[in-house]
Design a protein around this ligand. Structure first.
Ligand code: FMN
Length: 147
């Protein structure tokens, strides 16, 4: 079987560049309480399924790391939910089941190339999550539970 892992918590504000600068609105999670789990998994781009308490289950592609392009000093968890939402959902409960890894974090010489790479990640995730091997985790009990 696949080795999957999960994290969850309320959606927190990131640095605010996601939607405004990149056109890529991520629903950031706090890293509090996840330092051990995060050190077990390399920084980079992952994909899986996300549940927003009041909305439903969506495909997601996620960056975990320091965002070298922006020189962050803190590690962040930034899932991009692959769905068009009206408005934001700060404070809402978000649960993620992570099923696969795409690539390590990279630096880029331009914002355009960072954005292009993230869109490539998105299409890899979209397609992979339709494969039965990954699709079945859409029903993972963790996404349904409340504890
Ligand atoms: N930032 C990088 O510097 N290098 C990367 O390789 C990288 N890959 C990403 C892949 C995905 C799928 C996503 C959603 C983000 C990625 N980012 C990467 C992070 C963006 O730089 C980040 O989302 C942006 O800084 C917005 O952050 P903010 O929400 O805190 O404002």
């Amino acid at each position: 079987p696949l080795e999957t892992w999960h994290i969850g918590g309320p959606v927190v504000k990131g640095f605010g560049r996601g939607s405004k600068v990149l056109g890529i609105p991520t629903a950031n999670l706090s890293t509090k309480g996840y330092s051990a789990l995060l050190s077990e998994h390399p920084s980079g781009v992952y994909f899986g399924w996300a549940r927003l308490s009041t909305h439903g289950v969506y495909k997601m592609v996620m960056s975990i790391g320091w965002n070298p392009y922006f020189n962050n000093t803190e590690k962040t968890i930034e899932p991009w939910l692959l769905h068009e939402f009206d408005g934001d959902f700060y404070g809402e409960e978000l649960r993620l089941v992570i099923v696969g890894y795409i690539r390590p974090e990279a630096n880029f010489t331009s914002l355009e190339s960072l954005i292009a790479k993230i869109h490539e990640d998105r299409s890899i995730a979209e397609r992979a999550l339709d494969i039965p091997l990954y699709l079945k985790y859409k029903d993972d009990p963790y996404l349904k539970g409340s504890s």
